[in-house]
Design a protein. Structure first.
Length: 291
């Protein structure tokens, strides 16, 4: 199974160019679409889910252009949009039944699937309570469940952990990696930790362009020699943050320890090389002027 994005560009009616010449190919596994707000993540997802026709380029699944085979494609697609209203007076069960009807599942299919999914997303106990009383995490899990009703081969999740506390984030993340087998999962986020451990590949998107697409390991490996730590005096802090790409500042017994990305020579002489992590990758790729 292969989802191919070919030379996709999109300019909104107001003249805003949101995507420029996006080309990439996705196979089963989790892809993290990572980029700051405004990078074009939701625009790309709206195009991939056939909710928005790009101004140029095309998207195909196994060679079939998705908007030429719209019904067949939708039957294989699950989508959790970034903004989605939930009917707060509905119960979790009723919402899923409603969505199952919209997706054209038969009564029998719906019955089985709704029960399975409530179990899977761990909402069985809350299934007959009103959504209005759900926590943020419960709502997100319910929205993921609706995206899974039709057992999709392609699952698109737009900021599924938005607004969640750290514990709920971890739960959702683990859960996504569990359900990902045999599916193409594309998960958009601006939070590095949402995808660094579960993504097969990370796609770094900035100002409508793909800066980089690679496995987390390769991205980190490429940072060798680009992450440094050095001690500073507290009064140097403001200057240091202006001068360098600082990924972290930590109070230690020896003083303030700065972690910064760059090729080394610009940092103080007593710098020490540090092992890179995904946060460093993100900072370096997004902020450094490396084209
Ligand atoms: P992200 O999801 O990465 O935050 P978006 O795809 O939502 O990015 O937005 C990309 C760019 O397109 C932003 O500059 C945004 O303001 C603009 N944009 C998004 N939706 C519209 C729209 N409907 N009309 C005009 N501009 C839009
Ligand atoms: Mg978005």
């Amino acid at each position: 199974m292969e989802l191919e994005i070919k030379n996709v560009s999109h300019t909104y009616k107001n003249g805003k160019k949101a995507l420029s010449e996006i080309s990439t190919s996705l196979t089963p596994g989790v892809y993290g679409l990572l980029g700051p707000n405004g990078a074009g993540k939701s625009t790309l997802m709206n195009i991939i889910t056939d909710n928005l026709r790009p101004t140029a380029g095309e998207v195909s699944l196994d060679g079939n252009v998705i908007w030429k085979n719209s019904n067949a494609y939708r039957a294989r697609l699950g989508y959790m949009p970034q903004q989605q209203g939930l009917y707060s007076s509905f119960t979790g069960t009723r919402f899923l039944w409603y969505m199952a009807a919209l997706k054209g599942l038969s009564h029998r299919e719906a019955k089985t699937r709704v029960n399975e999914l409530l179990e899977l997303v761990n909402l069985k106990d809350a299934a007959d309570r009103r959504i209005g009383g759900y926590s943020g995490g419960m709502k997100q899990r319910l929205l993921i469940a609706q995206a899974l009703l039709n057992e999709p081969d392609v699952l698109v999740l737009d900021e599924p952990t938005a607004g969640l506390d750290p514990k709920e984030r971890i739960r959702i993340r683990n859960f996504i990696s569990e359900i990902a087998a045999d599916k193409i999962v594309l998960l958009a986020t601006h939070v590095v930790t949402d995808v660094e451990c579960i993504a097969k590949e990370i796609i770094l998107l900035k100002q409508g362009r793909i800066l980089k697409k690679a496995s987390p390991m390769d991205l980190i490996r490429e940072m060798d020699g680009l992450v440094w730590e050095f001690l500073i005096q507290p009064e140097e802090m403001a200057g240091v943050q202006k001068k360098y790409l600082v990924s972290n500042i930590m109070m230690t017994d020896a003083g303030m320890l700065v972690r910064a990305v760059g090729n080394g020579e610009q940092f103080p002489a007593e710098r020490k090389k540090a092992a890179a992590n995904m946060e460093d990758v993100y900072l370096y790729r997004m902020e450094a002027d490396i084209g």
